[in-house]
Design a protein around this ligand. Structure first.
Ligand code: T4K
Length: 357
């Protein structure tokens, strides 16, 4: 069994969880926008410096993305998204009754805006674009903001809670999955400048009651919100510690020619992932194998590309995906957690270095 894993949850103290859960027994509320979900939403709105009417929680980010697409009332059409993402982004598009079009990323690891513009010029059926904040990175926000008159821009911020927080796009969707830097077991939040959109998303998460939309059940439970409230209070400390861990990885890999941690500017990321780009796919595979033998997990986020997965290969790709293919074949995500010490990172880095030097 691995000692160091990717996605190890950040969890509050057991006693704090039990204590807070007492209030569910007291109130008798376990779901349907109960008091702890309300508390979590209020605390999230303070975190994002927005009015509570600009935010709603959801059961997970995948449903959050899907419900935003539904509540935007888009005519049948196509949605641009990267292929270098978790398949959840593409699932949400298809589940909302829309058609994905995969566009390449650039060296920022985010959608290449020049290709997005070309795709828009080429295809009048495009109704929305979903830039993804891969590994908490965000890029070309100004260019995507300019596109907003033509199409809806929805940010998949599943990785970027507590990273750059500029208000942007028609909506931003965050994930509180157990593996995320801000975890609630399962959960997500939708943030938007438009309170009417938030109100529709909220109704859609409650089956679409009272609206013309066919919704679903995407409400966050009180149990998940309990974890969310407790973790949100710990979040600044978790982020600070994880950024230290990223810095230690950077120190360790600094002098390794051609091997690169894909997070240059620590002030712009949240410390959610440690993606390391190797010189070739064979080198990455060798590292993964040696790491595994030493109790260290390395995960290939994201490989294979979504557009080559059986459920999505029937959808179109605009141009080529050469940058996505190149990055996807050579990048591995390394373990990170707020409890890791410098010695842990020296051990992990030592194993990697010995396997490729
Ligand atoms: N957009 C993007 C760009 C995303 O990356 C994601 C999710 C979404 C949207 C959708 O968000 P949600 O709908 O989930 O809110 C994991 C997560 O399940 C997924 O949320 C995440 N992205 C993705 C990047 O990672 P897998 O298939 O890698 O999960 P799994 O089961 O292999 O777990 C990863 C590691 O975490 C394992 O080594 C074990 C560890 N782990 C996992 C869980 C669930 C634990 O130690 N404890 C746990 O409770 O997808």
């Amino acid at each position: 069994m691995n000692k160091y894993i990717v996605g190890l949850p950040e969890v509050p103290e057991r006693k704090d969880l039990y204590e807070k859960l007492d209030s569910c027994f007291e109130s008798g509320w376990w779901s349907n926008f109960g008091p702890i979900v309300t508390e979590f939403e209020n605390e999230l709105s303070s975190f994002f410096s927005v009015d509570p009417s600009h935010i709603t929680t959801v059961a997970n980010a995948t449903l959050g993305l899907q419900l935003v697409l539904t509540a935007l009332n888009l005519k049948k059409g196509k949605v641009i998204l990267p292929s270098f993402t978790f398949l959840a982004t593409a699932c949400s598009v298809v589940q909302a009754g829309l058609t994905p079009v995969f566009v390449d990323i650039d060296s920022s690891l985010c959608l290449d805006p020049s290709l997005v513009l070309k795709c828009l010029e080429n295809d009048s059926d495009i109704v929305a674009v979903i830039p993804v904040d891969v590994y908490g990175r965000s890029a070309h926000v100004d260019v995507f903001e300019e596109m907003r008159g033509r199409v809806k821009v929805i940010y998949d911020c599943a990785h970027s809670f507590g990273g750059i927080s500029d208000p942007r796009g028609d909506a931003r969707i965050y994930s509180f999955h157990a593996t995320k830097i801000m975890g609630a077991g399962e959960g997500g939040a939708v943030v938007s400048h438009d309170p009417e959109l938030i109100s529709r998303v909220r109704s859609c998460s409650n089956f679409g009651l009272g609206t013309k939309f066919v919704g679903t059940n995407a409400k966050m439970s009180e149990l998940n919100a309990t974890l969310g409230v407790l973790n949100l209070r710990r979040f600044p400390e978790i982020r600070r510690k994880r950024k230290n861990v990223v810095q230690w990885y950077q120190d360790e890999f600094e002098e390794l020619d051609g091997v690169q941690i894909l997070l240059e500017d620590l002030s712009k990321v949240n410390g959610s992932y440690v993606p390391i780009l190797f010189r070739s796919e064979s080198e990455l595979i060798k590292v993964i194998r040696t790491a595994e033998e030493n109790g260290i997990q390395v995960k290939r986020y994201f490989h294979p590309l979504v557009s080559s997965m059986p459920a999505f290969e029937r959808f179109s790709v605009f141009g080529t995906l050469s940058m996505s293919e190149s990055i996807s074949s050579k990048v591995g995500c390394f373990p990170i957690h707020s409890s890791y010490s410098r010695e842990d990172i020296c051990f992990i880095s030592g194993v990697v270095k010995r396997s490729i030097l």
